[in-house]
Structure formats: structure tokens, C-alpha cells
Design a protein around this ligand. Structure first.
Ligand code: 3HC
Length: 287
């Protein structure tokens, strides 16, 4: 029985996952390293809940917000039954988070990671409950996107998989349950292959960024162009996933644009500029 969910990391994904959990009726503990991050997360959740209220999808945004406790201390996760980690894609950082969750949470609790690309087994090894560690991969923005990938590691038991699938359904999501942890799971393998081809076409001067994006919108019927979506996800995140996939067997293509943008610190929507310019850092507007 899951009553309370701890979310670690209040950034782009973490704040949205906390909001989804609260909207689904769970008590939520949202943890991050600084009050600045937590206050920003609270603002973003409030804005999003107000949007939902304006559209009459919820009645009382404040009642949903009240379900979320914000703190820099892991103490608020002590009585949680399920944790979802959404901190940056650095294995050592994730291991530290999992070690801490493992030490503060009850032995029945499941520990999930929202990683896009790091092997779940590597993260599980930081804990004394490897069978209860699993991947639960949400998509940005978590409040809108229906898909959730559920990824067992080589250690995960069936009960943990079943409970995670059930939780995703209770969150009104559509779970896709993988048999085992293939690099990039289902979605990011496809996403990176699309970006590789898009990048090659632009760097070989076969098409412009705008032409590729127009094709993605008007032929592939994607809601965003491919370069626009990369900006939306974060170009640093894209490069991290790209690197993990290519070091774990996905054939690479010659493409320098993504790495160059990251080196220039143009990370997409989060920094206000990537392949396109946005109104302000963190503020997406259709391109
Ligand atoms: N909270 C509440 N409502 C929100 C919201 C939020 N955070 N974000 C958007 N909305 C609502 C808007 O209010 C709007 O509602 P309306 O249609 O009733 O007016 C609706 O969603 C659509 O938003 P917009 O009108 O602002 O803009 P768009 O129509 O362009 O939609 C989008 C925005 C939903 C983000 C859409 O462009 C989209 O689906 N893009 C693709 C996103 C995607 O593919 N995400 C996955 C990225 S990959 C990933 O995350 C995995 C990682 O591992 C890389």
C-alpha cells in the first residue's frame, strides 16, 4: 500500500513528478539541496496547478499543493513508501542519494530512479535492497506526458515491477514495462537516432534546422520540431544520453552541434538559448 511518495530533486522533472503524485492523491515529500531550488519548484507547481484549475481540471489548487512537504532534509522521507529520484545524470550523485534513501526509509519501501540513461543496476548497487530498486522514467512535462517507462535492473524482483506499474496507472499514466534495462530504454533510443540523423542532415547542409523541424512537425506529426524538443529536454541532458548510448553500443554519427552548444553553455530552454532563443531562462515559448 503506497500512501506517501518521496521525490528527490526539485528541478524540471522532480517538481513535475511531485505535482503528478500530489494530483493523484498521494502525500509527497519533495527534497532538494537548497531552499532556492525548493521555492522555485513551489512556484512552478503553483503555476501549473493554477493552469489546471483555470481549465476546470481540478477544483482546489491549494489543496493539492498542501499535499507536498518541501525540505532540504531527508527526514521527511522517513515514512514514505516509495521514492523517485530525479537529480542530475551523474552516477556518483545518484548513488549518494540512493544510499541516503536506503538508510532513512523503511525496509518495505521501493526506490525508483527517473534516470534517462544510467544503468539501474549500477544505482541499485549503492543500496542494501537491490531487489527493490527500479527505473521509473517520466517525460517532460510530467503533468502532461502520459508515458512512463518502467525498467527493472538485473536485481529487481517481480513484486517491485508490479507495484511500480500499478503506481504509474494510479498516477493516470500509461506504463511501458521493459523486460530488462536496454541502454536508452525504448524512447531515448529512438529519440537519439532521430537527432543523429537530423544533425547529420544539417551539418552536411542537406537541410536547415528550421526545415528539419518543420518536417518533424508537419510530416512526422510530432508536437515539436526535433531541435526544438532537444532544447526543451536540455542539450546537456541530450549529450549525456547520446554519450551513454554510443559508449554502450549504439552506432555514432559525426555531429558536433550538440556538444558545441553545451560548451557555449547554451543548454536550450533552461538557459534561455539553444538552437532557438526563448523569452527567459526556463521559460518555453513555441518557436
Ligand atoms: N502544467 C499544466 N498544464 C500545462 C503544462 C504544465 N506544466 N505545460 C503545458 N500545459 C498545457 C497548456 O496549458 C496547454 O493547455 P490547453 O491546450 O488546454 O490550452 C497545453 O498543455 C498545451 O500547451 P501549450 O499550448 O503551451 O503548448 P503546446 O501545444 O506546444 O504543448 C507541450 C506543449 C505539451 C510541451 C507539447 O509541445 C509537447 O507534447 N511537446 C513534446 C514534449 C515531449 O516529447 N516530451 C518528452 C521529452 S523526452 C523526455 O522528457 C525524456 C528524457 O529522458 C529526455
Amino acid at each position: 500500500m503506497i500512501r506517501k511518495i518521496a521525490v528527490v530533486g526539485a528541478g524540471t522533472m522532480g517538481h513535475g513528478i511531485a505535482e503528478v503524485a500530489a494530483l493523484s492523491g498521494f502525500e509527497v515529500a519533495l527534497i532538494d539541496v537548497s531552499w532556492d531550488f525548493l521555492n522555485r519548484a513551489k512556484e512552478r507547481i503553483t503555476d501549473s496547478l493554477n493552469k489546471l484549475a483555470e481549465k476546470k481540471q481540478i477544483n482546489d489548487p491549494n489543496a493539492v499543493l498542501q499535499k507536498i512537504e518541501f525540505n532540504t532534509s531527508y527526514d521527511i522521507a522517513k515514512d514514505a513508501d516509495f521514492a523517485i529520484e530525479a537529480v542530475p545524470e551523474k552516477l556518483e550523485l545518484k548513488k549518494t542519494v540512493f544510499k541516503t534513501l536506503d538508510s532513512v526509509m523503511g525496509s518495505h519501501a521501493i526506490l525508483a530512479t527517473n534516470t534517462s540513461s544510467i544503468p539501474i543496476s549500477d544505482i541499485a548497487e549503492a543500496t542494501g535492497r537491490k531487489q527493490k530498486v527500479i527505473g521509473m522514467h517520466f517525460f517532460n512535462p510530467p503533468v502532461i506526458m502520459k508515458l512512463v517507462e518502467v525498467i527493472p535492473s538485473k536485481y529487481t524482483d517481480q513484486d517491485t515491477v508490479d507495484k511500480t506499474v500499478e503506481l504509474a496507472k494510479k498516477m493516470n499514466k500509461i506504463p511501458v514495462s521493459l523486460k530488462y534495462e536496454i541502454p536508452g530504454f525504448v524512447s531515448n533510443r529512438i529519440f537519439i537516432r532521430l537527432l543523429q540523423e537530423a544533425c547529420r542532415e544539417v551539418e552536411d547542409k542537406e537541410a536547415t534546422i528550421e526545415e528539419v523541424d518543420s518536417t518533424a512537425r508537419n510530416k512526422l506529426k510530432l508536437p515539436m520540431g526535433l531541435f526544438e524538443l532537444a532544447d526543451y529536454v536540455g542539450l546537456d541532458v541530450v549529450v549525456d544520453i547520446w554519450n551513454v548510448l554510443t559508449t554502450r553500443g549504439t552506432p555514432d554519427v559525426k555531429c558536433s552541434m550538440f556538444k558545441a552548444k553545451v560548451e557555449e553553455k547554451n543548454l536550450g530552454v533552461k538557459s534561455g538559448k539553444g538552437f532557438y532563443a526563448y523569452p527567459a531562462p526556463g521559460k518555453y515559448a513555441k518557436v
